[in-house]
Design a protein around this ligand. Structure first.
Ligand SMILES: C[S@@+](CC[C@H](N)C(=O)[O-])C[C@H]1O[C@@H](n2cnc3c(N)ncnc32)[C@H](O)[C@@H]1O
Length: 433
């Protein structure tokens, strides 16, 4: 929100938040990001508000030359992150917080020592690593989690955005210059950046390992407070809508990690995870990697299904819900309409009067309606969709229009915005009911 507050007003608010956060940090468990049924603790919310205020102070105080020189810092830091990941520096620096000399580290990573020093010293200015003694580098509280040998989620996230996200963002101007106002799936910034004529999902299928990297990136996204799966579990009243026993089809459900979290919470729910064969084939592996217990994984079945094709009847009794989480924003209106139309037809043909389509995706607020830092994150999502798919996030009226354009016609009957979530949960049913 463009602020009318003075710098000293903002600084005072910032100070009060900092005091509150210090007090909360002194309380045991205050730093835990999530507790059952309470997705965001006060500490998490306060920390987020503190960062939003700090960003507001910087935005208001900066001059045009600060703006440019700060962005030079950002893109160089981001390039360093890519370099550090590429040469496994996070995992080669001792995880017991002891330091290592630049020479030893360069030899372990097979990189030139001068370049290692320059890259690391740039990264240190953003809080990654530190130099406890001259010429020696050690982990900082910020870099250490990237070294976790048992949990690679942060590295998976960082790798994907540095290797694929940023190059596509950088190619956006070239894509617009080349194709203008296109919605073609293979005329995107991704196509320019990776010199391919295939749409994103087809291209990643062709490149060994990339579909798996994408699936791991999707899993890692849960580390972003706004994208935690708990928002779907606790931010939407499943029991009030579907009772304590239900069958849910997770359409485009990747390798089943969202279904697994729902299945853990709702012990009598069963799930069918549908996705492309490549994603489905890593379903059982994902269940093992996430240590999903047998009594949970046994309630999840995997089925290769292309959501542009009509649904097939699976059981005598149709599902209670079709779930589409982070799916429709990948597709321009015409393709999103086809996905919804296939589901609407399935609800009509195999569903009960209570069957619903549950969509979890962003509802874009009007510009300036929420704090600037929160809006920026939603605008990132909008641009990522544009850069990879020529699609984008939608405002409420556009969602309503999209549902009602399905054949048979749907209507958006309800939506909730779970607190702290980047995405809303929308419920649609046949318009004829
Ligand atoms: C952005 S991911 C969302 C994954 C998951 N629903 C989540 O909440 O993280 C989009 C998913 O759609 C799948 N997908 C893409 N094209 C598809 C198609 N034609 N049919 C079925 N799934 C598809 C991808 O493989 C991927 O798993």
């Amino acid at each position: 929100m463009p602020t009318t507050a003075t710098l000293s007003d903002l600084a005072q608010k910032l100070c009060r938040k900092a005091e509150r956060l210090d007090a909360l940090s002194a309380t045991p468990d205050a730093s835990s990001a999530s507790t059952e049924g309470n997705v965001l603790t006060e500490a998490v919310i306060t920390r987020r508000e503190l960062l939003e205020l700090a960003r507001e102070v910087q935005t208001v105080a900066q001059t045009p030359s600060d703006f440019l020189s700060n962005h030079q810092v950002h893109y160089q830091t981001f390039a360093c992150l890519r370099w550090l990941l590429r040469f496994d520096i996070f995992t080669l620096v001792p995880s017991d917080l002891k330091s290592i000399s630049y020479e030893s580290l360069a030899s372990a990573a097979s990189v030139p020592v001068g370049m290692l020093r320059s890259v690391t010293r740039m990264a240190i200015t953003s809080g990654l690593f530190h130099e406890p003694e001259a010429g020696h580098i050690a982990h900082s509280f910020l870099s250490l989690p990237f070294a976790n040998s048992e949990d690679s989620a942060l590295r998976d996230w960082a790798r994907f955005v540095t290797e694929y996200g940023q190059p596509s963002a950088a190619a956006l101007a070239d894509a617009t210059a080349k194709w203008g106002a296109t919605t073609a799936r293979n005329e995107t910034a991704y196509n320019v950046a990776f010199d391919t004529s295939l749409p994103f999902f087809e291209d990643i299928k062709q490149r060994p390992g990339r579909a798996d990297e994408f699936s791991r990136y999707m899993i890692s996204q849960a580390r972003d407070d706004g994208l935690r799966e708990e928002h779907l579990v606790h931010g939407f009243d499943w029991l009030a809508h579907f009772g304590d026993k239900a069958h849910v089809v997770d359409v485009g459900g990747s390798s089943g990690f969202v279904a697994a979290i729902l299945a853990k919470t709702f012990s009598k729910y069963t799930f069918t995870v549908q996705d492309l064969p490549e994603a489905i084939s890593s379903g059982r592996k994902t269940m093992d990697a996430l240590c999903v217990p047998e009594d949970v994984s046994s309630r999840i079945q995997f089925l290769a299904h292309d959501f542009f094709q009509p649904q097939q009847k699976q059981d005598q009794r149709g599902p209670d819900a079709y779930l589409l989480r982070k799916i429709l924003h990948d597709w321009p209106a015409e393709r999103a309409r086809l996905i919804l139309s296939n589901l609407a037809a399935a609800v009509r043909d195999f569903g009960t009067p209570a069957t619903r389509i549950v969509v979890m995706d962003t509802i874009l607020p009007p510009p300036g309606a929420i704090p600037r830092a929160q809006e920026a994150k939603l605008r990132v999502r909008d641009l990522v969709m544009a850069q990879n798919f020529n699609a984008g996030e939608r405002e409420l009226a556009v969602w309503e229009e999209l549902f009602s354009s399905a054949e048979p016609k749907l209507k958006l009957v309800e939506w909730v915005q779970p607190p702290g979530s980047a995405m809303a949960v929308m419920v649609a049913q046949l318009a004829s009911e």
